[in-house]
Design a protein around this ligand. Structure first.
Ligand SMILES: [Fe+2]
Length: 268
């Protein structure tokens, strides 16, 4: 029988031990994991030893994997599994963000599976944006109500192909405050490098505005640092968290994660 243990010394998150993602999952287990996911926001499945197919199939218990907009990093034959790597011109996503906001239906969750880790560092950081919203001062909170970001692929990112851009760079609006469709709670929601615009705001004011929001919203008391262990599969809720990769490690060492994203609703 598996166990769900709240992470020690962290404001949210839990580890799941004794559950092998390549085993057939019954309804009761699936429901228990989904309940734990909504309660803890992030889950770490320890000690996994999975092929890409087993990873995809195991994670499919929690949602529908969707295609990612970075075609050249998709695994051959298993395109819903994408490589996150510190090679091939891929830059670490070192700023706080939530994934794929340039899609009308961005992923409800992101899943990362450690494949190659640097000997030290390369952590993934997460912040709770239910709490982040509450941390905003009154003026900021009032300003962002009803505000919408306009989301594109980063113009200067060399890893996107022309085909990716033709498909996924149309400019999608997203609410800055969204209501989680399953918990009913409100959370702060934006991707700082994909939000090229905010409806009704001069373009040059957008970035400093968003940086100011992050400064208020991300605090030690609502964030955690996931120090990867070999075999970790990390699942987190994109509707109420932001995340970033810590780039402060020896880049001569390879870091490779396999990423799956799970289809979400239209944010509202
Ligand atoms: Fe990300």
């Amino acid at each position: 029988m598996f166990k769900v243990n709240a992470l020690p010394d962290a404001p949210f998150g839990a580890e799941v031990v004794g559950l092998d993602l390549k085993d057939q999952m019954d309804d009761a287990t699936r429901d228990a994991i989904n309940d734990a996911f909504l309660k803890h926001i992030a889950l770490v499945f320890r000690d996994q030893d999975l092929t890409a197919e087993q990873y995809r199939d195991g994670v499919s218990n929690f949602g529908e994997p969707m295609k990612q907009h970075n075609e050249r990093f998709q695994l051959p034959g298993i395109p819903v599994v994408s490589r996150i790597i510190n090679r091939e011109k891929m830059r670490p996503a070192s700023m706080w963000h939530t994934d794929h906001t340039n899609h009308e239906r961005p992923p409800k969750a992101t899943v990362l599976y450690a494949r190659k880790l640097p000997s030290k560092g390369g952590d993934t950081c997460l912040a709770n944006m239910y709490d982040g919203l509450e941390k905003l001062d009154d003026a900021s909170r009032a300003t962002i109500d009803g505000m919408q970001t306009v989301n594109h692929m980063e113009a200067d990112n060399p890893v996107y192909s022309d085909k990716d851009r033709a498909k996924y760079d149309q400019g999608v609006t997203q609410p800055m405050v969204r209501t989680h469709p399953e918990t009913g709670r409100k959370a702060l929601y934006f991707h700082i490098t994909k939000a090229r615009g905010i409806v009704g705001m001069d373009t040059d004011k957008v970035r400093p505005f968003l940086e100011n929001l992050l400064e208020q919203a991300v605090r030690p008391e609502n964030s955690l640092r996931h120090k990867w262990r070999s075999g970790d599969v990390l699942l987190f809720d994109n509707r109420c968290t932001m995340h970033r990769a810590d780039p402060e490690y020896d880049m001569s060492e390879e870091r490779l994660l396999w990423r799956i994203i799970l289809r979400g609703d239209r944010p509202a």
